[in-house]
Every structure is written in structure tokens, then in C-alpha cells.
Design a protein around this ligand. Structure first.
Ligand SMILES: Nc1ncnc2c1ncn2[C@@H]1O[C@H](COP(=O)(O)OP(=O)(O)OP(=O)(O)O)[C@@H](O)[C@H]1O
Length: 262
């Protein structure tokens, strides 16, 4: 089947990234289909965050290119890539600690609309009742409605991550990149986030997710790519990857089975 028939929206084309003499990524090819959730797993230091940072323009690849929906992202700045409909949730949430939770969620919507953060953004925030209604609905979705008037800096780590997810969702991204979205969350909050991400999937949003928690991976992923030592060593449907002996060996040194990681 050709990539057009499969409706591939994100192509990572032969990407390598060196840090000095370290080959963090070598010859990475990845295809992500419209509306699917593609998980990237692998041991610590495998190159997962580096790959995500190359996709969003935070790092320039040493060679190769990233193409989203027919547009070459490589060489564009992160905010330009964001304008094309690509949003991301980082391992360490990037938030405005002195603003309220509600204001934090509204700011990215203005940034997307205006192309950049404006000095008068807070004045605009007050005028935009419709946007506030949407932000409140999204906060309801992520389970933070009752914290909407709290200062963002006062939130727990898990709540900050949910707020950052809300900051992404209000941009209505076509591609959402998630770097360990449930890190720091309790099992209950993790399951709530899985439910939310499944709901988003039902709306057709394409997602790339980096995750160590195999419960999250196997709950959400349509396809899994396994990175080890900067190379993709296996790729396929969750059941194919689960049973792949190379993955068992590389991912866990052969000590455990992938499905045993919780
Ligand atoms: N800015 C940098 N400068 C030098 N080396 C780096 C840089 N960023 C990452 N590396 C190295 O590149 C390799 C891949 O790192 P990366 O953070 O992408 O791995 P990862 O799979 O995301 O790991 P983890 O699961 O621990 O987050 C590691 O050896 C790391 O030390």
C-alpha cells in the first residue's frame, strides 16, 4: 500500500542527529498516519526526546528531513511549526506560573491567532468571552475545572501536565506530540488522562506519544516504533511489538517482558 493510500501525515525521512561524536539518532524513518496514535518507546537515552525535538524544530537534524502534511518542517522555527498545527506537551510543563490556570489555557489560543504572544494579551483575554467558555470546557475535560482560578504555579506536577495538555487542546492541533504525558501522575490520574486521550482520538487528532508506562502505551497506541541506541529496532502493531524478542532484549536487557512493565 502506498503512503498516500495509508494517508500518512507525518514523515520523518532518514533523520540523523549527532551531538559531537555521539550518534543520538541514526537514519530514522517514520511514517505516522492521519488520526492514529503512534507510540515511540525505548530505554533511557535511546533518542526519543531528541527525535521529538527534531520534529518540533527545537533541534536541527544533522541530516534528513521532517515533512508534515506536505510541508517541510526542517529549517522552520518552533513557532512556525506550531502555526502549521503541531502542538506538543513536554516532560517538564512550560507554563506561566503567575497566571491563573484559566489564563494559561487562553494564552496559546491568542498566540495561535495573532502569530505571537502580544504584550496586551491579558487585556484581550478579558474581552474574549467565547474563548473563555471554550477554555473552561477544556478544563472540564482534563479535570481541572475546580482549579481554574488557582495560580498555575501552585498546581501539583500532575495537574501542571494536565493544564499543559489543555493549553495544547485549545489550539486544535492537527498533530499532537506528547512526551511522557502521564509522568508524575498517580494511577488514577493516569487512567483519567488515558480516557481523555482516547476521547481526543475519537475526534480524529493524530498523536505521537513517547511513554515509558506500558499500560499507557498499550492502552493508546495504534502503532509502536521501538528506538534503541538511536535506531529503530522494531516497528508494528502493539501485539507484534509485544512479542518481538529483539525488543525484549534491547528494551529491558532481556530481564523482563515488555508487557510486565507498569
Ligand atoms: N543537547 C544534548 N547534548 C549532548 N547530548 C545530548 C543532548 N541531548 C541528548 N543527548 C544525548 O543523546 C542521547 C539520546 O538522548 P534522549 O534524551 O533523546 O533519549 P531518551 O530516549 O529521550 O531518554 P529518556 O527516556 O531518558 O528521556 C543520550 O545519550 C543523551 O545523553
Amino acid at each position: 500500500m502506498t503512503t498516500t493510500e495509508r494517508n500518512v501525515v507525518l514523515h520523518v525521512d532518514d533523520v540523523s542527529k549527532n551531538f559531537g561524536g555521539l550518534h543520538a539518532l541514526s537514519d530514522i524513518d517514520l511514517e505516522v498516519e492521519q488520526g492514529k496514535t503512534h507510540a515511540i518507546i525505548g530505554p533511557n537515552g535511546a533518542g526519543k526526546s531528541t527525535l521529538l525535538n527534531v520534529i518540533i524544530g527545537r533541534l536541527a537534524p544533522t541530516s534528513g528531513a521532517v515533512v508534515f502534511d506536505g510541508q517541510v518542517l526542517t529549517g522552520k522555527k518552533p513557532h512556525q511549526i506550531n502555526q502549521l498545527g503541531v502542538a506538543r506537551v513536554f516532560q517538564t510543563p512550560e507554563i506561566f506560573p503567575d497566571l491563573t490556570v484559566l489564563q494559561n489555557v487562553m494564552v496559546p489560543a491568542f498566540a495561535k491567532r495573532d502569530g505571537a504572544f502580544r504584550v496586551n494579551v491579558l487585556r484581550s483575554v478579558d474581552r474574549e468571552a467565547a474563548l473563555r467558555d471554550e477554555a473552561e470546557a477544556i478544563l472540564e475535560d482534563v479535570g481541572l475545572a475546580d482549579r481554574r482560578l488557582s495560580h498555575a504555579g501552585a498546581l501539583s506536577r500532575g495537574d501542571k501536565r494536565r493544564m499543559e495538555l489543555a493549553m495544547c487542546l485549545i489550539q486544535h492541533p492537527r498533530l499532537l506530540l506528547l512526551d511522557e504525558p502521564t509522568a508524575g501522575m498517580s494511577r488514577h490520574d493516569t487512567n483519567t488522562t488515558i480516557d481523555l486521550l482516547q476521547k481526543i482520538k475519537a475526534r480524529g487528532m493524530t498523536k505521537v506519544i513517547i511513554e515509558h508506562d506500558m499500560h499507557v502505551v498499550f492502552s493508546l497506541a495504534d502503532k509502536i516504533s521501538v528506538l534503541s541506541g538511536g535506531r529503530i529496532i522494531a516497528e508494528g502493531l502493539p501485539d507484534e511489538v509485544r512479542g518481538n524478542i529483539k525488543v525484549q532484549e534491547a528494551y529491558l536487557g532481556g530481564a523482563h517482558r515488555v508487557e510486565a512493565v507498569h
